[in-house]
Ligand binder design. Structure first.
Ligand code: HEM
Length: 262
């Protein structure tokens, strides 16, 4: 059997390379398609790694989780670098095909929301962009309802003996609210890293992810301003103004606030 395995067959290259179908003759449209598709592929891999890390954190098996989370950070770095390729597309290049995009936008990326939900940034308002009964909607509903990576990490704090109410890490699809007891627990971890080495390592891996996501967001908004200025987005938001507000989002708020307290 194995002799019949081919490179293109195994990788399904015929399907993969047939999936870039620019709608115009404009040279830059292919780049626009490929950038979105490659980012979606990297998001798929990041979701896969976060899922593995969550199972390990839940089981209290932190060391293998570090490896998965470190890989997510590297994927995020590649995704951020990709904006530099997009920045070679000038406003004129983009305007030559922008009209065909209609109201479609990265704003509707289901995987991006799954990623946010899995990290802990749960906002049910985004569900309405995904049709009831669709596969995307099912994936979003699942990610919204399940414990997030941050919930799993907080549960480990509780298991280590910190006084944290169960409601802090069992919230279903409700958005996370910063919690003083969670912050106090992280403070103790950072004050005695030798005693809490495992949790300290986990905290630093988590903040790597938040940092990298914000860096990705920042390069996105900068590239967007460079290409469309202050025009409205195809997805219907005001554009750059909306994206700038997303820079305030934090998946692990106490891991940021604790730094002031140290
Ligand atoms: C010329 C290139 C691009 C422009 C002008 C652009 C513009 C925008 C704008 C204006 C928004 C806000 C929503 C809206 O009103 O549409 C947005 C959101 C978004 N875009 Fe892009 N974008 C570009 C490329 C990309 C690429 C390559 C990706 C990769 C998947 C992407 C992913 C996203 C995501 C995930 C959001 C939602 C962000 C959030 O809500 O936090 N964008 N984009």
């Amino acid at each position: 059997m194995s002799e019949s395995v081919t490179y293109g067959g195994y990788l399904k290259l015929e399907q993969l390379l047939a999936a870039q179908q620019p709608q115009t003759e404009q040279h830059d449209e292919l780049l626009f398609v490929i950038l979105h598709q490659t980012m979606e592929l990297w998001m798929k891999q990041a979701i896969h790694e976060i899922g593995a890390a969550q199972r390990e954190v839940r089981a209290g098996d932190l060391s293998p989780a570090y490896k998965h989370l470190a890989r997510v950070s590297r994927i995020q770095a590649v995704m951020t670098q990709a904006w530099d390729i997009l920045a070679t597309m000038t406003p004129a290049d983009y305007l030559s095909f922008r009209a065909l995009l209609g109201s479609s936008s990265g704003f509707q990326s289901a995987q991006f929301r799954v990623l946010e939900y899995k990290l802990g940034m749960k906002d049910a308002a985004f569900l309405r962009y995904h049709e009831d009964g669709s596969g995307d909607r099912a994936a979003l509903d699942a990610a919204l309802g399940e414990p997030s990576l941050y919930d799993d990490a907080i549960e480990q704090l509780a298991k280590a003996g910190f006084d944290i109410p169960e409601s802090a890490y069992r919230r279903g699809g409700v958005a996370y609210q910063p919690n003083d007891q969670v912050e106090a627990a992280w403070l103790a971890v950072y004050r005695d890293t030798a005693k809490y080495w495992g949790l300290y390592q986990l905290a630093e891996k988590l903040i790597d992810l938040d940092d990298a996501l914000l860096t990705w967001r920042y390069k996105h908004v900068l590239t967007v301003e460079r290409i469309i200025g202050m025009k409205r987005g195809t997805g219907g938001t005001e554009g750059v103004g909306y994206l700038q507000r997303t820079l305030a989002r934090r998946a692990f708020p106490e891991l940021w606030s604790v730094r002031t307290k140290l």
